[in-house]
Every structure is written in structure tokens, then in C-alpha cells.
Design a protein around this ligand. Structure first.
Ligand SMILES: [Zn+2]
Length: 361
């Protein structure tokens, strides 16, 4: 398309994009604007991108791979995809598992069932990520160039996506979305507002640190759900007190810590803007939990790839998912060759030292 036509069309394109963007309510944000500051993208980058603190960790994501996983500019990325095509599905965002002890309109068991649906969904996506990785390698264990080529960016709508890297990371991004939402939408890591009475508008917080055992996605056993764990009931008219089906229940609006500024390099937070996020360190603690758990899930995915496909193939798949030029950087036997080079260098060094010592004796 000629540049001038693009300029003429630009306002219309922006208007269309704004009109089709999802209602800014259901999760840590995906876009910039409407009160959102790309929270999912920034959490994912802080957790996994080589460009930030995660660069000091093993197996970080190189720039173009991180762009697809985390999203960038107007691209939702894999982690943002549930905000484009699973908006109305509570299981994709861990919504609707609400419960407060004493005189509540639904039972603990009902809330636990809904939370387990969310965990089951994440486990399904996690297995998909492992399944789809199989096609990254040929029979000899070499990376297939066409399966990892990022010449054109992956589509976050993974069903249309044939490249194995796009499909595997597409499923893994949806895992990360649910995991990150769990910390924002539940009371796992937060505390109640101490200035108000506890109840459905101000549920108790569990105030826990670190990753939640509820989100162990490698096992098939039912997660043990703490008695006082709650998430929020979500409807389009998200307000406190809850309305419609959320009447007399913990509303998403009362509990979420979705909004605020997050440094994409360090995960440090500022300016929380939701009521629950503004209580104490609630926003910072929710983001810290989400960052830590995103790292746990990537580590678990690598372990699962190894368990399923063997050590060499599993390691090469993880390399292919996180590197921008896997056909060059993740070749079969590369790690073996590096080990041989290191061994030869070591032997030469020792031999040299012995010669020097003999001369000086
Ligand atoms: Zn969400």
C-alpha cells in the first residue's frame, strides 16, 4: 500500500483498533490506555526477557521471541491472547471462584470447583505447549528451520498458526496469562483494607509470598485450595457492591490488583490504581508473585520437555523456543562440541603449566 494511502487510512485504522479492543476490565492489562499499562507484557518481560533482569538467568527469551510471547506495541502477543478471544471465559482468567466464610450466597465447594476449572485449563494449555514442541525437531534431533522462522511474526490466534514455535509459545502464553491473573484476581498474596470491616466488599487476604502450590501444572492431582482463598465474580458491569449475578458476592472490582506501573526490566512497581491494589503493598506483592510464577512455569516447561522427549531433544526444544535464530544457535551436538573444546583447552592449560613448572624447578 502506498505511503500516502496509509496516512489517509491511519485515523480509520486507529478508530477500528480502538473499537475492537476488549473492554478494559478483566485482568492485568494488555493494552496501553483505558487505565491499562500493558501489565501482562511487562510482567512477562521482567520474568523472562534477556533484555531485563532475567538476562542473568539461564534460558532467557531473546528480543523477537520475547516480543511474540509478551506482546509489543499494538500486538497482544501470546500472553495477551486470552484478552482478545477468551474474554468471556472465567476459566481463562481465574475469575468466579469467590467465597467468604460465614453467610455467603455460595459454598466453599462451588468456589473450589471453579478454581480447579481454571487450573485444569492451564494444565491443558501447558500440555499443548509440550505437545506442539515435538514438531520443532526432525528425526535426527535437528531444528527444522521452517518451524522456528520468525521472518513474519507469529499470530497469537494459535489455531491458524502452523509453525511449531508459534504454536508451542502460543499455548505457553495462555498459561502465563492465567498464572499472572491468579495473583491479581485472588487474595493469595494480598491483605484486606485494615480500615474497613471484612466482608464480601473487603475479603480477608492470605498474604502469602512466593509461588502458589495451587498452580503446579505438571501434576494431575487436584490442587489443595486454602479455606479462605477467593477470586472475584466478574460481569461486564464490574462494580462494588456487585450487581446482577455478582450481587452480594466478592466482585472482581473489589479484589483485583490489575492496574499500575511495572518496570519491564526489573518488575518494580509504582502507582497502583485499583482500590485493593492500593492497600499496603498489595500491587507490588501481586506482581512479584506473578513474575516468580512465570519463571517457575518456564522452568517447569523445560523440565517437562526433557521428561517427555529426553535430555538432548528437550534442551534443544527449549533453546529453539527462546532463541531468535535457533537454526544457528541450537544445532544438534553444539553443546557436545563446546564441552570438547573446553576439555581440550583445559588439558592444554594443565600441560602448559607442567612445562612452565619443570623449567622453573
Ligand atoms: Zn485475564
Amino acid at each position: 500500500m502506498p505511503a500516502r494511502r496509509v496516512l489517509v487510512l491511519l485515523p480509520a485504522l486507529v478508530a477500528t483498533w480502538l473499537a475492537t479492543a476488549p473492554a478494559p476490565a478483566a485482568a492485568f492489562g494488555t493494552i496501553n490506555g483505558g487505565g491499562q499499562s500493558r501489565e501482562h507484557e511487562r510482567i512477562t518481560r521482567a520474568a523472562l526477557a534477556c533484555a531485563g533482569d532475567a538476562g542473568a538467568r539461564s534460558a532467557c527469551f531473546e528480543p523477537r521471541s520475547a516480543d511474540y510471547l509478551a506482546g509489543h506495541d499494538h500486538a497482544f502477543g501470546a500472553v495477551g491472547a486470552p484478552d482478545s478471544d477468551e474474554m468471556a471465559d472465567p476459566a481463562a482468567h481465574c475469575d468466579g471462584a469467590d467465597f467468604v466464610a460465614d453467610d455467603y450466597p455460595r459454598t466453599r465447594e462451588a468456589a473450589t470447583r471453579v478454581l480447579r476449572d481454571c487450573v485444569t485449563r492451564m494444565r491443558t494449555r501447558f500440555r499443548e505447549a509440550v505437545d506442539r514442541a515435538a514438531a520443532l525437531l526432525d528425526d535426527e534431533g535437528g531444528v527444522i528451520a521452517g518451524e522456528v522462522d520468525l521472518g513474519t511474526e507469529c499470530s497469537a490466534q494459535e489455531r491458524a498458526e502452523k509453525r511449531a514455535k508459534c504454536a508451542s509459545l502460543g499455548a505457553f502464553g495462555r498459561v502465563l496469562h492465567g498464572v499472572q491473573d491468579f495473583y491479581s484476581h485472588s487474595n493469595w498474596s494480598d491483605e484486606a483494607d485494615p480500615s474497613r470491616p471484612v466482608g464480601e466488599q473487603n475479603p480477608p487476604g492470605l498474604n502469602r509470598r512466593g509461588v502458589s502450590p495451587v498452580l503446579d501444572l505438571r501434576t494431575r492431582t487436584e490442587p489443595a485450595v486454602p479455606e479462605d482463598l477467593t477470586t472475584g465474580c466478574y460481569v461486564l458491569q464490574d462494580r462494588v457492591p456487585g450487581v446482577g449475578p455478582c450481587q452480594s458476592r466478592v466482585a472482581h472490582a473489589a479484589l483485583n490488583k490489575d492496574r499500575g506501573l511495572i518496570d519491564p526490566a526489573t518488575g518494580k512497581t509504582a502507582d497502583p490504581t485499583t482500590p485493593r491494589g492500593a492497600v499496603g503493598d498489595n500491587f507490588a506483592n501481586a506482581v512479584a508473585g506473578a513474575v516468580a510464577d512465570s519463571r517457575r512455569q518456564w522452568r517447569d516447561l523445560r523440565q517437562e520437555l526433557t521428561a517427555r522427549y529426553g535430555r538432548d531433544r528437550g534442551a534443544r526444544m527449549a533453546c529453539a523456543l527462546s532463541h531468535d535464530d535457533p537454526a544457528t544457535d541450537c544445532r544438534a551436538g553444539r553443546t557436545g562440541r563446546i564441552a570438547v573444546i573446553a576439555l581440550v583447552a583445559g588439558v592444554a592449560l594443565v600441560a602448559g603449566a607442567m612445562v612452565v613448572r619443570r623449567r622453573t624447578d
